[in-house]
Design a protein around this ligand. Structure first.
Ligand code: UT7
Length: 312
């Protein structure tokens, strides 16, 4: 029996900040941002909406989409590097907001690979029969830790949340294989500073990402006993269109088989993969029994990939 996705949903804040808006605030241009990253706009949460609020909006909808209630959730995992506060965890706040049972709840810190770490953790509990329904949320309010005076990073990020309920699925559907990894020696390339803002050595992270996205994608396909031709859809972490394109080319996939939401939301870290899945489902691009490969990388350094056959 495999663990799979029973219901999934997203939440993005209403406020849209375009590249042209950023031109007015810093020395940058719409042209530079578009050509170097593929980003056209991003969503920024209001002051009154914190990470746990966005997590709640997405989670509530995901539970509904799974035809379940909060009472049915046996564990809550929240992947985030921008919690409301260091503790209590966003997962505990979410347990309360949802009115869920007093179940196990914890945050996972794996930056942009966090949703992959969350899904794989959920899979272990489900496939051993320990828990039936695990809520996994990827959520970030990166605007809280953005240095708005640093054009190298400020143009890249956005706020948002994606949530999925994982549980047992039928036949050969669900998670087929996964890979998780880390390399702490690269932590110096992407971190939160003492001043509580993001520092990034873009070029180093770029090189790592191009290498790792391709490699991990190929590895999960092989581990699942599949071939590149069997992949119906690639859902890469949405950091930079050029990094995403390199992964797509490595899998020899046509452009229409890769999810692209980076132009609308920027880099939403742990939220980018679930947000993208929701958008592709809405567009009818992911269907039952499609093989999808999800792959993420981020600060840590961390990475994670999953091959999954869609459907309940
Ligand atoms: O979720 C994981 C997190 N991070 C990532 O995935 C990011 C990975 N890295 C990247 O996506 C790219 O490295 C960036 C988009 C961050 C930068 O693109 P790049 O092609 O690697 O540019 P660069 O860092 O080599 O900078 C080129 C130039 C520099 O000017 P000089 O030194 O050549 O005169 C920068 O100062 O572009 C300049 N620049 C900007 N110009 C206008 C940097 N940011 C901006 C900006 N607007 N916002």
């Amino acid at each position: 029996m495999n663990a799979g996705i029973l219901g999934i949903a997203k939440y993005v804040p209403e406020t849209v900040v375009t590249n042209v808006d950023l031109e007015k605030r810093m020395d940058t241009s719409d042209e530079w941002i578009r050509t170097r990253t593929g980003i056209e706009q991003r969503r920024i949460a209001e002051k009154s909406i914190d990470t746990s609020d966005m997590a709640y909006f997405a989670a509530k909808q995901a539970i509904e989409n799974a035809n379940l209630t909060a009472e049915d959730i046996d564990m809550i995992l929240v992947a985030t590097v921008t919690p409301d506060q260091p503790f209590p965890s966003v997962a505990c706040m979410l347990q309360d907001k949802l009115g869920a049972k007093k179940v196990a709840a914890m945050d996972i810190s794996a930056a942009c690979a966090g949703f992959m770490y969350g899904m794989v953790t959920a899979k272990q509990f489900i496939e051993t029969g320990t828990y039936k329904h695990v809520l996994v949320v990827g959520v970030e309010k990166l605007s809280k830790i953005t240095d708005w005076n640093d054009r190298n990073t400020a143009v890249l990020f956005g706020d948002g949340a994606g949530a999925a309920v994982l549980g047992p699925v039928s036949g050969d559907r669900g998670i087929l294989s996964f890979e998780l990894g880390s390399d702490g020696s690269g932590g110096k390339h992407l971190y939160q500073t003492e001043e509580d803002v993001i520092f990034m050595n873009g070029r180093e992270v770029f090189k790592f990402a191009v290498r790792q996205m391709g490699e991990s994608s190929v590895n999960v396909i092989e581990k699942a006993g599949l071939k590149k031709e069997d992949v119906d859809f690639l859902v890469p972490h949405q950091a930079n269109i050029r990094i995403m394109e390199s992964a797509r080319e490595r899998l020899n996939l046509p452009i229409e088989k890769m999810s692209k939401t980076v132009h609308k939301y920027g880099n939403t870290s742990a939220a980018s993969i679930p947000i993208s899945i929701v958008e592709e489902l809405e567009e009818g691009k992911i269907n039952d029994d499609d093989v999808i490969v999800m792959v993420g990388f981020g600060g840590g350094l961390t990475w994670g990939a999953i091959a999954l056959r869609w459907g309940r």
